[in-house]
Design a protein around this ligand. Structure first.
Ligand SMILES: Cc1ncc(C[n+]2csc(CCOP(=O)(O)OP(=O)(O)O)c2C)c(N)n1
Ligand SMILES: [Mg+2]
Length: 321
């Protein structure tokens, strides 16, 4: 990567962090409705992963999707407008936090039902096989989703048909408030990939460069015709599961320990140590990210609500109804 590419990735991570911090405030002010799951602490996962994709590669994820949307090229304006239910949002203000999507950017959302998007990923990859495309589908999900039936059906079929899917589990060690040990029969998610005869790897999700490198290797192998692969990314969410989580299931000391391993701080030190950039230059990047988010909030505040006519648009209606 050249310097501008490094700075672009740094900028993306800081934009996500500022977006999430401001989203939490907007939620507390009652300007965002529904649920809000923040990606703070996990920024290096999607930033590293998605920076490794080719434009034709598809991305699909769960409800912790704001950062993934930014990495896929959706503008902060369209993300924040969507969070605030505005018509200029990426889903016309009708999807909200958990349903960000933009098919033109090969980002297929944003899914609220745990595990439900995994069979969709298998379907996307089957479609690409059928159409003779060399695209790989990158499917991201939480450790909790690996205990759901969809996970097993989707992985099994992808292997039976040797489809081009990179399954990526973001192992942040908790579901909604449950540790892995209390919910999963095995503690390492890669053990579940072994059950489907799938090649797999485990990587440090606080290290953007490590995630990117591993993802590049695996995407290349899959594109070469290997069939599906499985990547376990070790990470941690610094905030509660969603807004209003009292976090009785973990100790503040544990959170603080992980916060010392902040993925943005790690990448910042890497850029300075490698002499790619300087502290002053990165401070400017930080200021720029803050300005981008403040402008996006202004844009969203000034945007209209969806018109009433939109209520029935983009909705499936069966002929028989
Ligand atoms: C089928 C289903 N069951 C339960 C829920 C409620 N729920 C929402 S998030 C969540 C935990 C999922 O944890 P994980 O997959 O590890 O994702 P993380 O929140 O850690 O990113 C649960 C149980 C749901 N949305 N869908
Ligand atoms: Mg989890």
């Amino acid at each position: 990567m050249d310097k501008s590419e490094h700075l672009k990735l740094y900028q993306e991570m800081v934009v996500i962090r500022r977006l999430e911090e401001r989203a939490a405030e907007l939620y507390q002010q009652g300007k965002i409705g529904g649920f809000l799951h923040l990606y703070i602490g996990q920024e290096a996962v999607s930033t590293g992963l998605i920076s490794a994709r080719m434009p034709q590669d598809r991305v699909i994820t769960a409800y912790r999707d704001h950062g993934v949307a930014i990495n896929c090229g959706i503008s902060p304006n369209a993300v924040i407008a969507e969070l605030m239910g505005k018509y200029t949002g990426t889903s016309k203000g009708k999807g909200g936090s958990m349903h960000l999507a933009d098919v033109s950017k090969n980002f297929f959302g944003g899914h609220a039902i745990v595990g439900a998007h995994l069979p969709l990923a298998t379907g996307l990859a089957l479609g690409d096989r059928y159409n003779g495309s060399d695209a790989v589908t990158i499917c991201m999900f939480g450790d909790g989703a690996t205990n759901i039936g969809f996970f097993h059906e989707a992985l099994n079929m992808s292997k039976v048909w040797d489809l081009s899917v990179l399954w990526v589990v973001e192992n942040n060690q908790y579901g909604m408030g449950t540790t892995i040990e209390r919910a999963s029969a095995v503690s390492e998610m890669i053990q579940k990939a072994q059950g489907y005869g799938m090649d797999h790897a485990r990587v440090d999700g606080m290290d953007l460069m490590a995630v990117r490198q591993k993802a590049k290797e695996m995407l290349e192998t899959i594109r070469g015709g290997s069939g599906p692969m499985f990547l376990e990314v070790m990470t941690y969410r610094f905030r509660g599961h969603s807004m209003g989580d009292p976090e009785r299931y973990r100790k503040p000391e544990e959170v603080h320990k992980w916060q010392e391993n902040d993925p943005i701080g790690i990448f910042r030190r890497f850029l300075i140590d490698q002499k790619v950039s300087t502290a002053e230059e990165l401070d400017q990047q930080d200021d720029q990210a803050l300005a981008t988010i403040e402008e996006a909030i202004q844009f969203a505040e000034n945007s209209p609500e969806p018109p009433v006519e939109e209520l029935y648009a983009d909705i499936y209606v069966s002929e028989q109804c």
